[in-house]
Design a binder for this molecule. Sequence first.
Ligand SMILES: *Cc1c(COP(=O)(O)O)cnc(C)c1O
Ligand SMILES: [Zn+2]
Length: 429
Amino acid sequence: MTSIIDETASSPVADSPARALVCRGCGAEYPLAAQHACYQCFGPLEVAYDPAALARVTRAQIVAGPQNIWRYAPLLPVGQDPASRVTLDPGLTPLVSASALAAELGITAPLWVKDDSANPTHSFKDRVVSVALTAARGLGFTRFACASTGNLANSVAAHAARAGTPSIVFIPGDLEQGKVITTAVYGGDLVAIEGSYDDVNRLCSELVETDEFEDTAFVNVNVRPFYAEGSKTLGYEVAEQLGWRIPAQVVIPMASGELLTKIDKAFSELVEIGLVDAPAGGWRVFGAQSAGCNPIATALHKGTDEIVPVRPTGIAKSLNIGDPAAGLYALEAVRRTGGWMDYADDDEIRAAIQLLARTTGVFAETAGGVTTAVLRKLVASGRLDPSLETVVFNTGEGLKTIDAVAEQVGPTHRVKPSLRAAREAGLLG
Ligand SMILES: *Cc1c(COP(=O)(O)O)cnc(C)c1O
Ligand SMILES: [Zn+2]
């Protein structure tokens, strides 16, 4: 209800540019609420925006914003009012020049590592969780939850602790200690399920329908359309950090495939609203999986849209989603842009973690090893053009999956504390 006073009072808080939830399958529209599947075709829902509202966003407005993801609030569905945010203020993570890695792989154009391990809970998941939980609180939810492969649990538990809201997170029982402890320390409920991530996800889809969980927002189930939008900020940031340019090639790890589709969406939005020009020849999106969980890459290689679920194995546990919800849309983005997908086995992942660390000073978790290993393969196979600027995404922190390389690396020398011993060990040349 509007009065003359309301209309003339100037509010410092801009409205959300989001307009509706739209079905990715059939295009049916729904109000912005806690709904993730279409009532008509059961397809996944996505946030749609008012094009006029997006078109009003300027570079100056973004640059004047805070030093975190909320500088892009004019392009997000929620969080325009700072007081409404449930957040650890993630974002503006380093874009690291990787010239030594480029030289080693035979890449002649600039190569960058977007290092999202620098977020508050050390993975890109802080971006999606901040947006999802801000939406959740706005929708009246009083408990926060998720089905997680590890990093999501870590982030939800930390956000809930900061917000003073109860949380209950669900993980597969065989996760790395570095993911379990960094979640449990925040004091919420942490439920280890005897099963795979896909089992955990199925259980959460059932729990969310119960009366007992009516007040609970599962960030990647009932508020998933909002969660997914948080990933766009990775794309916006890369473009801004490159001086308002989009790189010609991006290499992105895939679990559900959502992150890949949203980086592509972010680039498209920036071009549509005139904040950046597309690179000559457009941008190409490349997807990375592990050999132990490669259903999306396998479908691409077979030239089909049929993604056959797998039972994941291997050390890249944060990417171990055997039945990927956004797989079809990841295939679409990669095909449309002329990119490719590939996968790496555990030995290749371990070697790539060390390669990335040695050449850039970035210690990645296994997911970053997957992405770096796949970058190497894409160059070797000629799928990725070594003469075009490329950004590779490191989405998580090496300390959380330290066992992956624990047997490969250690002290290079063991020496008694004397000059003579140091000389005998060859340390003086
Ligand atoms: C969750 C996750 C991803 C991928 O997420 P999707 O959007 O499900 O594809 C990538 N890297 C890390 C480290 C993650 O935790
Ligand atoms: Zn539909």
